[in-house]
Design a protein around this ligand. Structure first.
Ligand SMILES: [Zn+2]
Length: 422
């Protein structure tokens, strides 16, 4: 009886702290311990695309987004209360700019819109959010029970081939840059677009300038040759802000074992993406097959609802719901953590959810509020509290502090080349 009421108390604690009920079939004792560890830990998520709806739909994160959908039909995963419920200390908002800007232009303008939207969100939530740019500020925010909002550029198109623009992005608070998205820049190859054979000489200058400033080189989305070139040049730790392991699912968005070994030597961190198609080969295959199979119906819906975006999104969702695909649970995230731990070591793995950038999350997970599930699964598999804390945030903090040391006080010191490609 006593034991039961203690468990009930702990469960109440779990519910009120993380808005997260214990998953069906979970071990109550492990769950309670996981909740405790998670609450104490510094939890950092490497990649969140909520910035797109902040700009495109003027989304206000003070309001609940639970059960709501983005323009485009994907579910929301983030708002202030969900970040709090997830026990998050540091969330990197992605300053995402599409590779299509290589044709259309406007990359830098788009990035400025997103950076402004990020600051506006912090300004309207002063009691809960704070802008952070250093590892030390993240630790301080934890003590004050605040959530750090950090920024990382997704898509090197933003700098429009100008090291001056890169420096200005640093001054605005950007602390990582994914060298490409899915399309090559003029100086580096993407995972789906290889035309330079990795990084060009200017691309190597970009890496050196990022080291000098103190911006993480983010190897998510780039080709394996670009990953290796960046590792050849970088004197600071690199990160993958939202990629898993090819050893678990051989997808071009994941990182191969030989690069994992190099990242271990480099002191970097691979932050595992939660997207089921990157986590699991069967989901990826079934998702691709479903897209091909439903294309005629999708095209017909696009024509039928060409003047009503919301009706189109609703119809697509209905069609996909009627054609379900295999869905792994959140435990699959920990399969990637296990693999990276095995190949690179526990010091080189972290979390990079891709919340609000992906159309679905693993079964059991609805959004930022559910991060404790990953802690639970690590604990269930026998990870120590120290190792869990490394994965949740300490590894990223260590790498960030090292990156800051490499940059030293050379940042914005009047140094740096004015070089442009054209
Ligand atoms: Zn991405």
């Amino acid at each position: 009886m006593k034991k039961i009421s203690a468990i009930c108390l702990l469960l109440t604690f779990a519910v009120t702290t993380f808005s997260q009920t214990m998953p069906a079939g979970a071990d109550p004792a492990i769950w309670a311990k996981a909740v405790k560890i998670h609450k104490k830990a510094i939890v950092i998520d490497g990649h969140n695309d909520i910035t797109s709806p902040l700009v495109d739909e003027d989304t206000d994160l003070r309001n609940s987004t639970t059960g709501k959908f983005h323009l485009g039909g994907d579910p929301f995963h983030t708002d202030v209360s969900r970040l709090k419920a997830g026990g998050i200390t540091g969330e990197f908002f992605a300053i995402y700019v599409s590779g299509s800007t290589m044709e259309t232009g406007g990359a830098m303008h788009r990035a400025v819109d997103m950076i402004d939207a990020t600051y506006r969100e912090v300004e309207r939530n002063p009691n809960d959010l704070v802008s952070c740019t250093t590892a030390d500020e993240i630790r301080k925010a934890k003590k004050k029970n605040k959530i750090c909002i950090l920024m990382g550029i997704e898509g090197g198109y933003v700098m429009e081939d100008s090291l001056a623009a890169l420096r200005v992005m640093y001054r605005l608070g950007v602390r990582y840059m994914t060298l490409t998205h899915n399309v090559a820049t003029n100086w580096g190859d993407a995972h789906r677009d290889e035309k330079h054979g990795g990084l060009t000489e200017f691309g190597k200058d970009v890496v050196r300038e990022m080291n000098r400033l103190g911006i993480f080189i983010d190897i998510s989305h780039i080709s394996v040759k670009t990953m290796n070139d960046a590792l050849d040049v970088s004197t600071a730790p690199v990160i993958a802000s939202h990629s898993g392991a090819r050893g678990v699912n051989d997808h071009t968005r994941n990182v191969p074992d030989d690069v994992l070994k190099r990242v271990a030597k480099n002191g970097g961190v691979i932050m595992v993406n939660f997207y089921p198609s990157f986590l699991d080969a069967r989901t990826n295959k079934e998702e691709n097959e479903r897209s091909a199979r439903l294309k005629p119906q999708m095209d017909a819906l696009a024509e039928q609802f060409k003047n009503d975006r919301k009706a189109f999104d609703d119809a697509v969702r209905k069609l996909e719901d009627a054609n379900p695909i295999y869905m792994p649970t959140y435990a699959r995230i920990v399969d990637h953590i296990d693999h990276i731990k095995q190949i690179a070591g526990i010091d080189h793995v972290g979390l990079g959810s891709d919340f609000d950038g992906v159309p679905m999350l693993p079964a059991g997970m609805n959004g930022a509020e559910d991060l404790v599930l990953v802690t639970y699964e690590m604990l269930r598999r026998g990870y120590s509290e120290t190792d869990i804390k490394k994965v949740l945030g300490e590894n990223l903090l260590r790498a960030m502090a090292q990156m800051e040391r490499v940059a030293g006080n050379r940042q914005i010191s009047g140094q740096g080349s004015l070089k442009r490609i054209k």
